[in-house]
Design a binder for this molecule. Sequence first.
Ligand code: NAP
Length: 197
Amino acid sequence: MPQGVTYIKIQKAAEEIGHGTVACQLNVSDPSSCDRFYNLLAEKFTSVDVLVNNAGIIGNKPATAFDMGQMQAVLNVNLLGAMYVTKALWPLLEKSKDARIINISSGMGSLQEVQSGGYTAYRLSKWSLNGYTMLLAADAPAHIKVNCICPGWVQTDMGGPNAPRTVQQGADTAVWLASEKNIPTGKFFRDRKEINW
Ligand SMILES: NC(=O)c1ccc[n+]([C@@H]2O[C@H](COP(=O)([O-])OP(=O)(O)OC[C@H]3O[C@@H](n4cnc5c(N)ncnc54)[C@H](OP(=O)(O)O)[C@@H]3O)[C@@H](O)[C@H]2O)c1
C-alpha cells in the first residue's frame, strides 16, 4: 500500500510518543489486511489490552437516493471494518487480563436522536455498530469490556473546522474507557456519561 499523508503523520506521532510505539498501515475493510496486522502484532506482543475501532467514512445521501455503492462502502468501513479488526485481534485480546474494545460511534447512531433525515448509510452503519457493540459485549468473556462512544462534533477532516470540539475533547471518553480501572460493558457513552441507544 502506498504511504499516504495519514501514515506519515502516524509515523511521526509514533516517533514522538516513543516507548516502542509502532505505526502500521491497515485497511480495515480488507480482511487480509486485518490478518496481516494481527501477524505484525503477534510477532511483537503477547496480548492486546486496548482496541479502538475509530476508522470511519461519511455517507450523506437520503434513503430515497438508494445509493447502494455508498451504502456498501460505508458499511464496509464503519461496521464490517470494526468487525474484521476485532475478529483478527481476538486471540490477542483474549490473552489480555483486562481488555477494552472501544467502538467510535456517533450520536447519529442513536435511535433516540433522529431529528432529521439524510446520512442514511452513515446512520445505519453507526446504528449497526452500536448493535454489534451490545451483542459482542453480551458474548465476550468478562475480562473483555466492549463499549461505544460518541465523540461529539469534532474538528477533524470529517467534522470540519467549525466543529466546537478539539480532537483532545473528542478523544477524552475513549481515553477514559481505555484507562479507567473499573468500567461497565455493553454501553454507549458521550462525555464519560452513558447515553441512550
Ligand atoms: N468528526 C466528528 O465530528 C465525528 C462525530 C461523530 C463521530 N465521529 C466518528 O469518529 C471517527 C473518526 O472520525 P474523524 O472525525 O477523525 O474522521 P476523519 O477525519 O475523516 O478521519 C477518518 C479516519 O478513518 C480512516 N479510515 C477511513 N477508511 C479507512 C479504512 N478502510 N481503513 C483504515 N482507516 C480508514 C482515515 O484514514 P485515511 O486518512 O488514511 O483514509 C482517517 O484516519 C469515525 O468513526 C467517525 O464516524 C466523528
